[in-house]
Design a protein around this ligand. Structure first.
Ligand SMILES: [Zn+2]
Length: 231
């Protein structure tokens, strides 16, 4: 069991100081074997609890009906239940952050990896670059292992964006920005988050992380502007 402040891997992202070659090698290992580079990382380090009482979420009219998404229009593809912890947010943990990621992989690989129990990490949402298609893989009720430490997993919702941090022109498309901004605006509305950079952060801004995503080419001004007009 890893300590709770170790970074976890939401996908195939690269930490600082790793070469691209290493990342690509790791991608293959994680994808093919499920026990590679990414899987060597930890979940959020505490025992999983399930099933927990659902009364409070039922009181809010929420259900765990399979395929129910929190965001209208999102497609539901469940992550492996090894990659998140069942919870009852916001009754048990207040949601006050959105964490923005870039997958360092293609969309199909990201979905595969998050469905792999060996990966020990997943995110709530994945945004596809070419058309802004949204996939929800973990309920917002639950604690996905994406942010790199337990407290931040518990308080946040993770959005992964298909692509590579050093290829913004190819992957950070207008349609992806817009779809993600609409999603993020919805998250902020559902959970009462102010639309600002204190509450909407990059993975690189999570305390203790060694991840650099979404990277220097992520256009925060544009993203925040789009969230505001979507709100
Ligand atoms: Zn990340």
């Amino acid at each position: 069991m890893h300590s709770t402040d170790r970074p976890t891997w939401a996908s195939l992202e690269q930490p600082r100081f790793r070469s691209r070659r290493t990342v690509l090698f790791g991608t293959g290992a994680a994808f093919l074997g499920g026990l590679g580079f990414a899987a060597a990382q930890s979940d959020d380090g505490i025992p999983r609890s399930f099933p927990e009482p659902r009364r409070s979420s039922e009181d809010r009219g929420q259900s765990r009906e399979y395929g129910r998404t929190d965001h209208p229009g999102a497609e539901w593809i469940a992550a492996s239940d090894a990659n998140y912890r069942v919870a009852d947010r916001p009754s048990d943990y207040t949601i006050d952050r959105v964490v923005v990621h870039v997958t360092q992989s293609t969309h199909p690989v990201a979905l595969k990896v998050f469905q792999d129990p060996g990966h020990r990490a997943a995110t709530h949402y994945v945004v596809r670059a070419r058309d802004g298609h949204l996939t929800q893989m973990v309920s917002e009720l639950d604690v996905a292992f994406h942010a790199g430490n337990r407290k931040w997993n518990e308080r946040s919702i993770g959005i992964e964006h298909e692509g590579f941090v050093d290829q913004p022109d190819r992957w950070f498309t207008d349609t992806a920005y817009r779809a993600s901004a609409k999603l993020c605006a919805g998250i902020c509305a559902r959970h009462g988050l102010p639309v600002d950079r204190e509450h909407i952060v990059g993975h690189n801004e999570v305390p203790g992380t060694d991840h650099t995503d979404p990277g220097p080419h992520w256009d925060w001004d544009r993203y925040m502007r789009l969230i505001r007009v979507s709100a």
